[in-house]
Write a protein that binds this ligand. Structure first.
Ligand SMILES: [Zn+2]
Length: 410
């Protein structure tokens, strides 16, 4: 053990001369025999153990607190520090995370703070040297308005973070929305990067996703580092995005709480953007997995005339806002007139794929076990639904392979 201690003490100092950062050392038992004797816990070997160096801590002066607005409108307070050397690098800033952290530290203007660099890249403030605090020093007061657009901030209940609610006009949020629109899982316009979008926004050429479709090559060319070829690629990428399916467009327009899965479910139930726009909260809540929070968010989105205008423009440019034919494609009518329900953990296919298969072969999916159900397909660990189906007695129970055989019986 003395040798181990010596090794740790040596590297605790010497690590600062390494060309990379380390935060600890792994100690291992060398003897294979002893390794076998010690064995393993469920997670890791008992013959290897991590030793973490004590995080380095320095004292420095807090110069000011500034606030950053993220692409989702979340506000992050940042401490600007008098530059200080810590673990080999000069530290000038530290994240303060949220108002609660500032309150917990009881941070005052021009306090002397202890800064620590643990495993994270961003250093954090771990305490205040109150002895150095002057009498007139005032408590740090959290901002009430967005530093980017001046809108009054809101704090969601149960959450420590403040948000700027001006999602349609707050610059970082406007840019964030457009970046989301072109992202891979949405409209997938991969030649249009976030830096280009920021430039286009600064030049007042784009403000919302609909503006992409009226961009010209001539407008792109004067941008920094924009070659003829990349400009052409952007224009053709935008053009190609008009073929992207409705569900991805719906995800891309950035309705709060509408992620990829929710967008898919919505498109299954509302074949056009008009149907979705006219849906009430009650109607939306009928859709599987859609609760009040999502439903209200959708209704709010369509209640905003600016969003309606954007949708109308997207439609006029030829973006897909109607459920595509392909998702409804009929492969056979072998399951016609039959109803199906899947339960338990499926291993040969996902539930979504299975339900799609039923539809493509003319069958119908229903959501509960009843006398109207013809087939219950059971995966592993099927529970109450299986029992109920057996009790009813008229329902045919299939395993996954039997279901596939049935489909392929055409
Ligand atoms: Zn704002």
């Amino acid at each position: 053990m003395d040798e181990v201690k010596e090794f740790i003490n040596f590297w605790d100092v010497e690590r600062h001369n390494l060309p990379f950062e380390i935060d600890g050392i792994v100690l291992k038992v060398n003897s294979l025999k002893q390794q076998r004797q010690l064995g393993y816990t469920a997670k890791s070997p008992r013959w290897a153990m991590a030793y973490k160096f004590k995080a380095e801590k320095v004292e420095t002066e807090l110069q000011s607190v500034s606030y950053q607005v993220g692409r989702t409108g979340a506000i992050t307070p940042v401490a600007n520090l008098k530059p200080v050397l810590l673990a080999g690098t000069i530290v000038k800033r530290a994240s303060l995370h949220n108002e609660d952290i500032i309150k917990k530290l009881d941070l005052h203007e021009h306090d002397f703070v202890y800064v620590e660099k643990g495993g994270e890249i961003i250093p954090k403030i771990v305490g205040v040297n109150t002895e150095k605090r002057t009498e007139e020093s005032k408590e740090i007061e959290y901002i009430k308005h967005c530093p980017e657009c001046g809108t009054e901030l809101v704090k969601v209940e149960d959450q420590a973070i403040h948000f700027c609610p001006n999602d349609l006009h707050c610059p970082p949020q406007v840019v964030g929305r457009m970046i989301h629109y072109v992202s891979r899982k949405a409209l997938n316009i991969d030649n249009l990067g976030s830096e280009t979008i920021e430039q286009l926004y600064r030049e007042k050429l784009v403000e919302n996703p609909a503006d992409f479709y009226v961009l010209t090559k001539e407008q792109l060319l004067p941008l920094e580092r924009m070659a003829e070829k990349s400009a052409q690629n952007i224009i053709s990428g935008i053009e190609k995005s008009k073929e992207i399916a409705f569900e991805k467009v719906l995800y891309g327009i950035g309705i709060k709480h509408v992620g990829e899965t929710v967008a898919k479910k919505l498109v299954k139930n509302f074949a056009t953007i008009e149907e979705l726009k006219n849906a009430t909260v009650e109607e939306l809540c009928q859709v599987e997995d859609i609760g009040t929070k999502i439903a209200v968010s959708i209704v709010d989105f369509f209640a905003n005339p600016e969003n309606i205008l954007m949708i109308e423009r997207l439609k006029s440019y030829g973006v897909q806002l109607i459920k595509g034919e392909s998702t409804n494609e009929v492969l056979s009518n072998v399951l016609e007139g039959k109803t199906f329900l899947f339960t338990g953990k499926l291993s040969l296919f996902t539930r979504e794929a299975a339900e799609e298969m039923v539809e493509k072969h003319g069958g119908k999916n229903i959501s509960a076990v009843s006398k109207n159900l013809n087939f219950l397909v059971v995966g592993e660990k099927a529970g109450s639904k299986l029992k109920k189906a057996q009790d009813i007695g008229t329902i045919e129970i299939l395993d996954e392979q039997q279901f596939l055989d049935l489909v392929e019986k055409q």
